[in-house]
Ligand binder design. Structure first.
Ligand SMILES: *[C@@H]1O[C@H](CO)[C@@H](O)[C@H](O)[C@H]1NC(C)=O
Ligand SMILES: *[C@@H]1O[C@H](CO)[C@@H](O)[C@H](O)[C@H]1NC(C)=O
Ligand SMILES: *[C@@H]1O[C@H](CO)[C@@H](O)[C@H](O)[C@H]1NC(C)=O
Ligand SMILES: *[C@@H]1O[C@H](CO)[C@@H](O)[C@H](O)[C@H]1NC(C)=O
Ligand SMILES: [Zn+2]
Length: 496
């Protein structure tokens, strides 16, 4: 106990020490950082980001007019659910701080049911003051409903994908016309981070963030995108670099992510013509690193390939521009969802012994990332960059691992696995319960003095130590996370 207590204190001090200097510099938002000449001189550097430090025109009533209020959005989603009842299912994944439901529309020919198909999610309005996404997502839903049975792309999406649309993740921020939620927390900095344990305390997490995290536990998403405003670019992981520097920081699936981002930018009216971002895409950390973002969390913990789409230079354009923005993004939004089916490798894994589906692990040689097959159908869906040769490996404890070499050209590849159980005498030799017991008794031998203390006394002392450690941890982590939020939040307040 003592040890873990000390450990958490030292870890805390270590992080506190490392995080103060760099964050302080970045926190000013958009100022030049002399220690990073490479990034600054580059056309993608902070200095060219006109958003930084530049206030957009104030939100007058005139500008707000023409955007759906939260109640109008809710009504329009419910009406959609009625109008398109046989291909949609409307449900809520939780509530905002102020109790507004976070409504989702699922679009599929079997809405609300599980099928061995990939799932995609679109999330809009993560930042309350970036409302274009929520408007476009409703147009997307309506377009799919109107064009199902008429347009091949609509058919493909309805029939081969389960598309989940959350138009507003931050209804309170929208109502308050601000970036953060009602508690003033930037939701795209509220997720657990891979490098800095700033948001690891569950009780401090915002209800909107928690709703998304629980959603991912229930739904097995293959890929997703969140919609933002303030720039025109498709941004992909990693969003944060290990040392907080501006640099290209690639994740294991860099090629697949570049492909996804390119599908979006190439299908867009003019995203790929960007002068600021070659091809209209960027690695997040190369642009500017962020921590606690939703995108990296999805990839690391949700098994979901998420990209972040900046779809309009102006965060809150006049409503009469929404139609043009929809036209600019329509093909991109559709093609990105369709790419789940048109690219990558898909299949199911079965047991050769029973024929039942297996929730197996699927990896591709040379890419350090594991995709898990679904529990019900044993289906897996793995996005991979087209035009490549890949060795796909399926494994499951108790079964022999199998691998197959595939060539992906301009279409998705279907690949099922039938796994043979390991020799049965192996299983007999190792009954499950033995391992734990053996390990436990080994550990006890390390502390022989425990045996001489009366068990009641031991338990009381243990309890007191645990409680003190808990209290102390809460205090330090709480302080620490507040502190970091301030710095990081301040920087975020000027970003997209
Ligand atoms: C870097 O900046 C210097 C001076 O600010 C400029 O002369 C040079 O052309 C820049 N280099 C690039 C690659 O932009
Ligand atoms: C939905 O309803 C339309 C019109 O009644 C029908 O043509 C279509 O087959 C239905 N689709 C599904 C998936 O049930
Ligand atoms: C894209 O088109 C819009 C509207 O036509 C325009 O305002 C914007 O400047 C263009 N952006 C690029 C990068 O070409
Ligand atoms: C693979 O990724 C995991 C984290 O997901 C990491 O712990 C491990 O070190 C990586 N392995 C290699 C060989 O890079
Ligand atoms: Zn944003």
């Amino acid at each position: 106990m003592d040890y873990s207590c000390h450990l958490s204190v030292s870890v805390f001090m270590l992080f506190a020490f490392f995080s103060f200097f760099p964050i302080n510099a970045v926190a000013r938002g958009g100022d030049r950082i002399p220690s990073q000449p490479g990034a600054m001189n580059h056309s993608k550097g902070y200095s060219t980001r006109r958003l930084f430090g530049v206030k957009e025109h104030p939100l007058t009533e005139e500008i707000i007019q023409g955007y759906m209020s939260n109640f109008e959005l809710e009504k329009s989603m419910k009406e959609f659910g009625k109008r398109c009842a046989n291909i949609s299912y409307v449900y809520s994944i939780g509530e905002s701080v102020q109790g507004f439901p976070l409504w989702v529309i699922e679009i599929s020919d079997k809405p609300g049911q599980k099928e061995p198909e990939p799932s995609f999610k679109y999330i809009g309005n993560v930042h309350g003051d970036e409302p274009v996404g929520r408007e476009l997502l409703m147009r997307l839903a309506n377009w799919l409903c109107d064009n199902y049975m008429k347009d091949p792309l609509a058919n493909l999406i309805v029939e081969k994908v389960h598309l989940h649309i959350l138009p507003s993740m931050n209804p309170d921020g929208f109502a308050l016309r601000k970036r953060g939620n009602a508690n003033d927390i930037d939701l795209n900095r509220d997720f657990p981070d891979q490098f800095f344990p700033i948001n690891d305390v569950e009780s401090l997490r915002q209800p909107e963030t928690r709703a998304i995290m629980n959603w991912l536990k229930r739904e097995h998403f293959t890929a997703s995108a969140s919609l933002h405003g303030g720039a025109l670019v498709a941004n992909y992981p990693w969003d944060g670099s290990e040392d907080k520097r501006n640099k290209y920081y690639e994740c294991p699936d860099d090629a697949a992510f570049q492909y996804m981002a390119t599908v979006y930018s190439q299908s867009h009216h003019n995203m790929s013509l960007s002068k600021e971002f070659p091809e209209g895409i960027t690695n997040g950390a190369f642009w500017y690193p962020i921590y606690g973002g939703m995108q990296d969390w999805n990839y690391i913990h949700g098994g979901c390939f998420e990209i972040t789409l900046e779809i309009s230079d102006i965060k809150w354009p006049k409503a009469n521009e929404l139609h043009a923005l929809w036209e600019h993004n329509k093909k991109s939004m559709l093609n990105l969802v369709a790419s789940l089916v048109k690219a990558g490798v898909h299949g199911r894994v079965f047991s050769g012994e029973t024929g039942f589906p297996l929730p197996a692990y699927v990896v591709v040689e040379g890419i350090n990332y594991t995709v898990r097959a679904g529990g019900i159908y044993g289906d897996y869906h793995r996005i991979l960059a087209p035009r490549g040769s890949y060795k796909v490996i399926a494994s499951m404890p108790g079964y022999q691992t199998k691998s197959t070499q595939i060539q992906i050209n301009d279409e998705g590849v279907n690949l099922d696995f039938i796994l043979t159980p390991e020799k049965s005498n192996n299983k007999l030799a190792k009954p499950k319960s033995c391992n734990c017991d053996c390990e436990r008794s080994d550990q006890m031998e390390l502390f022989p003095f425990f045996k001489t203390i009366p068990i009641e006394l031991f338990l009381i002392v243990l309890f007191i130590l645990l409680f003190l450690c808990y209290l102390f941890k809460r205090r330090t982590i709480f302080k620490f996370s507040r502190h970091n939020r301030q710095f990081i939040g301040a920087k975020r307040a000027t970003v997209v």
